[in-house]
Each structure stands twice: as structure tokens, then as C-alpha cells.
Design a protein around this ligand. Structure first.
Ligand SMILES: O=C(O)CCC(=O)C(=O)O
Ligand SMILES: [Fe+2]
Length: 327
């Protein structure tokens, strides 16, 4: 399944950019900001708008979409070094693009154990996390994975985001960072039937995300779950970057075959400024190549949202203080 690839016409890019430039920091009043951003993104040509909405609402659409020729900030501060927001960032065009696209798919959510519950995540290489299986890494291949969420119910694949948006503010200086996406439909077609059968059995425990286990110092495994689930035409996949533990030899062999199939079938994208990736976090798994990080302010810089189509099924995780931020 090839990914969907859209580009804004120049005039639309300029009109949306002009509308975003005067807007305040959207995170200070997120509900007002996302309402305003709906109005701004209503300027998209109907066909483009429908393609993005179809990506969010239909089961049979691709799991990955690239949107190009998006407006960008006039001047960018150095890439932040610690995985948090850049202190000197003045405009909010990038945040507007990120949250405008997000609003076409669902609701941005925060998780306290990921980026301190912020709604806009800065995804940048961090020196002490260079070899980690998290978004901070660069020196190791980030394994094909789903963005999962630690949850006391023992399932990490239920309250996790339905979608992610990655908006590129600064490309990798050597243009060596590649984001991969492997679609579960392709994986099921590619793999022998008995392997898919095994992957569909509850023979796997997912390790909680690195951002959670680092504070814990040990693995924190989920209940046994299948890696692939749901209707054959529309399979869902859940894999942990930080380690998926098979419970049997057969399950281990199937997981190895799955990882190979991901490498064989994945789409590959090198994100550049003015480009965003919309990622369905249930239809497929994503990964990232190694790339060279310099830690001098010129590194690759993405902003990311976690998106739920609706907040209702995850209401048991809501913090009392914030309608969108979860434990
Ligand atoms: O850096 C990338 O291209 C993807 C990183 C990633 O897996 C994520 O942000 O969830
Ligand atoms: Fe990820």
C-alpha cells in the first residue's frame, strides 16, 4: 500500500501562513486555538481537505500520508537540545500547522509520562538518549513500533493514540533521517498464513515505553496480547519499540519474521521543513533510521501530536486538572 502524498498549492500555503502568523501560542488556550485553526484550515481546497478527512475517518485508506508545501515559521531558533520546547521560539506557524492538521483527524492528547503531558512534543535528538529506543535516539535504528501508552489496566494498546502527526521544522543536516511505515495489510499479505495466525494469538507482552520504564529502571510488561488483531481486511497492529516479549519459541520466530517483513514492505520518507506526516497508529507500525546528530542547534527538529479520534473511551485516564492530559 503506497502512502498518500499531498501538496498544498503555493497560494493556499501562503494564505494559511498569513492566517497563522498573527495567532498566539495555541497551547495556552487549546480549545479556542483548535476552533480557530479549523477556520484557517477550511481554506484548503475541498479535494485536499477531503483526502485528509478520509485518512482520518475511513478504514480502507492508507495508514500514512505526507502533506507537503506547508507554511513555515519566518525564523527558527536553534533546535532545542533536551527534548523540550525551544526557549527562543517566537512565531507559532509550526504549532498552528501541527494542530490544524491534528484537528482534521481528532483531538490532541497529552500523557504525563511522555513529554510532561505537553500537547506539542518536540522530537529532537538528545545526547544522553542517543542509543535509546525512543524519539530521542539517533545512533540506533528505532525499531518498527506503535506509540503505546503505559496503563495500569495492563493493556498499552488501547488508550494509546489513534494517530500521530509529525511536522518537520528542520531536516537532518545530512538528510540521513528516514521515517518508515509498514502497513499491517501489507504485512499480512507478505507473511505466510501460519505466521499471521501466531501473531494473532495472545502470545506477546509489550514493554512499556522507554519514557516510562526509564523512571522505573526495569521492564514493565503488559498482559499477553496478540500483535495483530481485528478483521482480516482491516488488521490492527501493536508492537513496542522498547521490547515485545514473545511467550513461546513459535511466537518468537513469528515476531522475527514480522520485523523482516516490516523492512521488506515499508514506505520510507525523509522529512523536510514544510512537510508533515500523518500516521495512523493502528493500521501500521513506524520506525526511524539512524542519523547523525550534532547537538549544536542544527539538528533535525520535528513537532508531534498524539491524537485520539474521541476522548470518551479514555476518560478513565483523565487528570482532574486538564481535560486532555492523561495519567
Ligand atoms: O523521528 C521519527 O521520524 C519518528 C520518531 C517516532 O517514532 C515518534 O516520534 O513517535
Ligand atoms: Fe513512534
Amino acid at each position: 500500500m503506497t502512502f498518500a502524498d499531498l501538496a498544498l498549492p503555493d497560494a493556499v500555503r501562503d494564505a494559511i501562513g498569513a492566517a497563522l502568523r498573527p495567532l498566539p501560542d495555541p497551547t495556552t488556550d487549546i480549545d479556542r486555538a483548535t476552533a480557530r485553526l479549523h477556520q484557517v484550515f477550511a481554506a484548503l481546497p475541498t479535494d485536499l481537505l477531503m483526502d485528509i478527512m478520509d485518512f482520518g475517518r475511513h478504514n480502507d485508506t492508507p495508514g500514512l500520508m505526507r502533506v507537503r508545501n506547508l507554511p513555515v515559521d519566518d525564523d527558527l531558533p536553534p533546535t532545542p537540545a533536551h527534548g523540550g520546547p525551544a526557549p527562543g521560539k517566537r512565531g507559532h506557524v509550526a504549532e498552528g500547522v501541527l494542530l490544524g492538521l491534528t484537528g482534521l483527524l481528532g483531538e490532541p492528547i497529552g500523557v504525563l509520562t511522555e513529554k510532561d503531558g505537553r500537547l506539542v512534543h518536540d522530537v529532537v535528538p538528545v545526547r544522553r538518549g542517543a542509543r535509546a529506543q525512543t524519539n530521542q535516539g539517533s545512533a540506533v535504528f528505532l525499531n518498527f513500533h506503535s506509540d503505546i501508552t503505559y496503563d495500569t489496566i495492563g493493556r498499552y494498546d488501547l488508550a494509546n493514540p489513534d494517530f500521530l502527526v509529525l511536522n518537520c521544522l528542520r531536516g537532518a543536516p545530512d538528510d540521513d533521517a528516514v521515517t518508515y511505515y509498514a502497513d499491517a495489510r501489507d504485512l499480512c499479505r507478505h507473511l505466510p498464513e501460519p505466521v499471521v495466525e501466531t501473531l494473532r494469538s495472545p502470545l506477546y507482552r509489550l514493554n512499556a515505553p522507554g519514557s516510562y520504564t526509564q523512571a522505573h529502571g526495569t521492564e514493565v510488561l503488559s498482559e499477553p496480547v496478540p500483535v495483530i488483531s481485528g478483521a482480516a481486511r482491516f488488521p490492527e497492529i501493536a508492537v513496542s519499540a522498547n521490547g515485545t516479549r514473545p511467550l513461546t519459541r513459535g511466537a518468537e520466530a513469528a515476531l522475527t519474521a514480522l520485523q523482516e517483513a516490516c523492512r521488506d514492505t515499508a514506505d520510507a520518507v525523509r522529512l523536510r521543513p514544510g512537510e508533515a506526516l500523518l500516521i495512523n497508529n493502528r493500521k501500521g507500525v513506524h520506525g526511524r533510521s539512524t542519523f547523525r546528530a550534532r547537538y549544536d542547534g542544527t539538528d533535525r527538529w520535528l513537532q508531534r501530536t498524539y491524537i485520539r479520534r474521541t476522548l470518551w473511551p479514555v476518560r478513565y485516564r483523565a487528570t482532574p486538572g486538564d481535560r486532555r492530559v492523561h495519567y
